[in-house]
Ligand binder design. Structure first.
Ligand SMILES: Nc1ncnc2c1ncn2[C@@H]1O[C@H](COP(=O)(O)OP(=O)(O)OP(=O)(O)O)[C@@H](O)[C@H]1O
Ligand SMILES: O=C(CO)[C@H](O)[C@H](O)COP(=O)(O)O
Length: 402
């Protein structure tokens, strides 16, 4: 019986990692230890699983808080079918969502400082010093290689770090949050990455809508919270967009002069060229520059109308294709007209994009480019997953990104 044991001590945040495996039983045991702020050792996990053929692909979704990550996740899991739910019988404040195919983990769970700890040290949750990237890396790496982990939970209700929860390796692991592309090691594990780039004006409008209307915060406190986060957002979150394979940029409309309501949006889907298993969507003619106003006989448009643009461009020195939609749909069922002019959608049947949009008509952004592009990226991720799996079946040693 061959038994191997690896023990390594990480340099940051006093994190210790130990794994041992037994080849005779195809089982792996993974132990994660973390020394918390009060210097007591907490052991994250003893897991035994059988994982001979598990193939997990890892998707990163980065955005600031309140920028639509959860909404995007609901659209994505819906593309794969089945509802996503928190782990059964677990912590009711878990941030994890599990469906048949996907497991979405929230990177807030890797906060190394709880709410009080951040306050004492004078750092925000966006600051890398408030996050445990060693543990994030070890656990994402373990899941990617088919090994279950016990992941900590950051409790947004209490602001404390709760007892860990068991996460089994899924087919598709989505890591969503503030920093999926910040740490080079974590970034190297991603098969595909997305950044939701919400302009300050729009972020403000959405925050007001949610935090004022739904959570009873005052306008002043919302403004103060956005201002307090801005320096760290600019330093640690925003730069991640340069690494993303797809960026969804959300800006105020250009169809209404000096609009400051933030209700009508101009949304740009920026798609990197040359990414393995990802071929950008295009309008009419691949690589051309196209401006299209679809309003007229086949698409009902009230003021201020709808305008599409498609063009090749560069973004952080990368060659990209950009598809842009400014304005909003009056009638979602007419979206089929727009869908029929888009190519490379990776849909399984004609009208799938429209069907998905109609299915979730009540989600925020369903009448504009945010919902449309999130749905398209969801189809692209499904396609990428299917290609990767097919490719791995024929060439087991190959990975999506060298
Ligand atoms: N596409 C959209 N159009 C309009 N409003 C939106 C859109 N997406 C999100 N919002 C607004 O932003 C709020 C936050 O959305 P969501 O919960 O998806 O974001 P989040 O990034 O997951 O937030 P958090 O990190 O704080 O949990 C929603 O309640 C809604 O008010
Ligand atoms: O930026 C955030 C990510 O969602 C949160 O502000 C961070 O996780 C801290 O959470 P809380 O405000 O609940 O203590």
């Amino acid at each position: 019986m061959a038994v191997s044991t690896i023990y390594s001590t990480q340099s940051l945040n006093s994190t210790h990692f130990l794994t041992s495996s037994s080849s005779s039983s195809t089982s792996k045991h993974v132990f994660f230890y973390r020394r918390n702020q009060s210097q007591t050792n907490r052991r994250f996990n003893t897991t035994i699983i059988t994982c001979a053929q598990q193939q997990t692909i890892v998707i990163g979704l980065a955005a600031d808080s309140g920028c639509g990550k959860s909404t995007f996740m609901r659209r994505l899991t819906s593309v794969f079918g089945g509802a996503a739910e928190p782990p059964r019988g677990g912590n009711p404040d878990s941030n994890t969502l599990i469906s048949d195919t996907t497991t979405v983990i929230c990177l807030d769970d890797y906060h190394s400082l709880d709410r009080t700890g951040r306050k004492e040290k004078g750092v925000t949750a966006l600051d890398p010093r408030a996050n445990d990237f060693d543990l994030m890396y070890e656990q994402v790496k373990a899941l990617k290689s088919g090994v279950a982990v016990e992941k900590p939970i950051y409790n947004h209700v209490t602001g404390l770090l709760d007892a860990p929860e068991l996460i089994q390796p899924p087919k598709i692991l989505v890591i969503e949050g503030l920093h999926p592309m910040f740490d080079e090691r974590v970034r190297s594990l991603l098969d595909f990455s997305i950044y939701l780039d919400i302009s300050n004006e729009v972020k403000f409008a959405w925050k007001i809508q949610r935090d004022m209307a739904e959570r009873g915060h005052s306008l002043e406190s919302i403004k103060a919270s956005i201002e307090a986060r801005k320096p760290d957002f600019d330093a640690f979150i925003d730069p991640q967009k340069q690494y993303a394979d797809a960026v969804i940029e959300v800006l105020p409309t250009q169809l209404i002069p000096d609009d400051n309501e933030g209700k009508v949006l101009r949304v740009r889907l920026i798609m990197k060229e040359g990414v393995k298993y990802f071929s950008p969507v295009y309008l009419f003619d691949e690589g051309s520059t196209i401006s299209w106003i679809p309003c007229g006989r086949k698409l009902t448009c009230s003021y201020p109308g709808i305008k599409f643009n498609y063009e090749p461009d560069s973004y952080f020195d990368n060659e990209v294709s950009i598809l842009e939609m400014d304005g909003q749909f009056d009638r979602l069922d007419e979206l089929i007209y727009v869908e029929s002019h888009l190519s490379n959608l990776s849909s399984k049947f004609y009208g799938e994009v429209t069907q998905q949009m109609l299915k979730h008509a009540d989600f925020p952004g369903s009448n504009n480019g945010t919902g449309l592009f999130q749905t398209i990226v969801g189809l692209k991720i499904r396609d990428l997953y299917e290609q990767l799996i097919a490719n791995k079946a024929t060439a087991p040693a190959e990975t999506a990104k060298a």
